[in-house]
Design a protein around this ligand. Structure first.
Ligand code: NAP
Length: 323
């Protein structure tokens, strides 16, 4: 079978090679999945380059232990290992497999049965694969941590990416007005997608515009923690899903101290993969939610697409069709 393999950290187009490798055999509790589609995520951009260096602590100090990247999959179960109880050959599955490993940039993948869930028939393989990581991050940020309430004013920073595009639809489901912050060239797309107001982060600092929100979802924390308080109404919540490690660390520190002197809160989401996907599937079936898809592309495009993702040129979720 074909898979994208890398043996050293570096630029995706330099270090990733399409190789013929042995088709894997499922071990205990594992499924052999024929990959129908995958996506590009921040994890891939970081894992392949080994940056931030923190990643090397987890994935190999000098060279990657994990040879095939990719962490979102939709596909068909082709075989099962001993002890598998949830699935049988022929079942359609999808999920964010990052709690159990990587390896979706390949024609086949062996993964623990808990890493995926059953794919509803109403959702196609290419749409399904665009959902688990971004939709679950957006849901856990807005609903589970942010405790979104109908009619609240919401701001999404990094609005043009995978999480932003789903976060907007979730906020609209709750009847909330939403402001989106992203690069100038994406603002027309944001307006078309339904953001009520848009801000170009290269022109304006959303924490200094005088506007205040009940809930901020940040995909790109890169400012001092306390600066976000300026953009929150009394009792407002700032919830981040990602950003630079240094800023996130300081934010974590301030999140513990802030309750001593403010009604505003700062929170960081720790993703629980695939938790809440049933809610997302229900919204999808009721046409309350759809995927903003960049693609679908083909397997051979993956190194170029990781670079394209890293340069922030994508619109919504990059989807790659494999079979
Ligand atoms: N919390 C967890 O457990 C967890 C787990 C996995 C991943 N994550 C995080 O989740 C995030 C993924 O979000 P995503 O998939 O939506 O990312 P994405 O698709 O890359 O979207 C991010 C958007 O933010 C924009 N952007 C870049 N710099 C910005 C800035 N300074 N201000 C405002 N917008 C900016 C980007 O546009 P341009 O680059 O074109 O400007 C892009 O449109 C990552 O930060 C990742 O680290 C969190």
């Amino acid at each position: 079978m074909k898979a994208f393999v890398f043996n050293t950290y570096g630029p995706p187009e330099k270090v990733l090679a399409l190789a013929d490798v042995k088709k894997p055999v499922p071990k205990n509790k594992q499924l052999l999945v024929k990959v129908r589609a995958t996506t590009i995520n921040d994890y891939d951009w970081s894992l392949v380059r080994g940056k931030p260096y923190l990643y090397r602590l987890m994935f190999g100090a000098f060279k990657p232990r994990q040879k095939v990247p990719g962490m979102e999959v939709s596909g068909i179960v082709e075989g099962v290992g001993a002890g598998v109880t949830k699935f049988k050959p022929g079942d359609a599955v999808y999920g964010d497999i990052s709690d159990y490993g990587f390896g979706t940039f390949a024609e086949y993948l062996c993964i623990h049965e808990q890493a995926v869930v059953r794919k509803p028939n109403a959702i196609g393989f290419e749409e399904a694969v665009a959902l688990p990581h971004a939709a679950v991050l957006a849901l856990q940020a807005l609903r589970d941590v942010g405790k979104i309430e109908p009619g609240q004013s919401i701001l999404i920073n990094g609005a043009g990416g995978g999480v932003g595009s789903i976060g907007l639809q979730l906020a609209k489901f709750y009847g909330c007005p939403v402001t989106g912050v992203d690069a100038g060239e994406k603002l027309d797309m944001l307006r078309t997608n339904g953001f009520d107001r848009v801000v170009d982060y290269r022109e304006e600092d959303f924490t200094r515009r005088g506007a205040q929100y009940d809930l901020i979802l940040d995909c790109k924390t890169n400012k001092p923690a306390l600066s976000y308080l300026r953009a929150l109404k009394p009792g407002g919540k700032y919830v981040t899903i990602g950003g630079t490690p240094a800023h996130l660390l300081r934010l974590l520190f301030w999140s513990k101290i802030l309750p001593l002197f403010s009604s505003k809160t700062l929170r960081i989401v720790g993703l629980k993969p695939n938790r809440g996907l049933d809610f997302i599937e229900d919204l999808f079936a009721r046409k309350k939610l759809s995927c903003v898809m960049d693609g679908p592309y083909v397997l051979e495009d993956i190194p170029r697409l990781i670079q394209y993702f890293g340069e922030g040129k994508h619109r919504g979720k990059i989807v790659v069709k494999i079979h």
